[in-house]
Design a protein around this ligand. Sequence first.
Ligand code: 4GY
Length: 275
Amino acid sequence: MRITVLTLFPELFAAVKDGSILGRANAEGLLDVELMNIRDYTLDRHGRTDDTPFGGGAGMVFTPEPCFRALRAAGAEPAGVRPDGAPRLLYPSPRGRMLDKALIEELAAEEHIVILCGHYEGVDERILRAFGMEEISTGDYILTGGELPAMTIIDAVARFLPGVLGNEASNDEESVYSGLLEYPQYTKPRVYEGMEVPEVLLSGDHERIRLWRFEQSLRLTKERRPDLFRAFLGRYGNALAMRKLPLESDGLTRKELALLKRVSDEAEAERESER
Ligand code: 4GY
């Protein structure tokens, strides 16, 4: 997959070009992060890329010309037409669609994406309209530029490209992508400054360990992300509603289902006692 970034600060992207996992992905040709300096596309004799906003106000706004020229050089097509091979065009901005698993998977299926990084007070709106750029937000806060969100998008998308993760991690297991928060991890030594590793993890009993981890994930999710917990419960609503739990449901074993039912009943009891 190819990702072209249009920015005034290409050197910031060393992080996603050379980092351990993404560096290898770039070297092996799984991912091709390409940087274009917007300043190289200005026709202004002073190399200017921004100007003061019409109507007044603080800060500076990217002028259309360098961005139009850079976007065209990157293969961007006008709004409304997207011939085969034309890139998907992204503009990181708090006004955009929130970046989540569904969007990341969509992007990972693209051949080529182009990300324009704004600065100051943003870019002339005509740039976004003329190219039908898709605004994408990484969260409800305002940064000084689109570079960090661009790197966030690149990193999150790269994890979904075949071959990028190898044995180092996996999207299917043990992550928010399962719909639950990650369970706690421990490594050596067994005791550090008097703090012990939970006994179950040293037991060698893989079934017990699996259930313990599942319970930790459930309790953390219930506590910190009740929205995710409710969504997870919803997926097993039918199974849980039965008086006798079925043997398994959608990947959960009978014991996992029983655990889910217990934690969910506790959540219900806690809400009851608050009333
Ligand atoms: N949050 N999610 C974000 C951001 C910086 C002025 C437009 C965000 O995606 N982007 O804060 N971006 C602004 C800076 C121009 C982008």
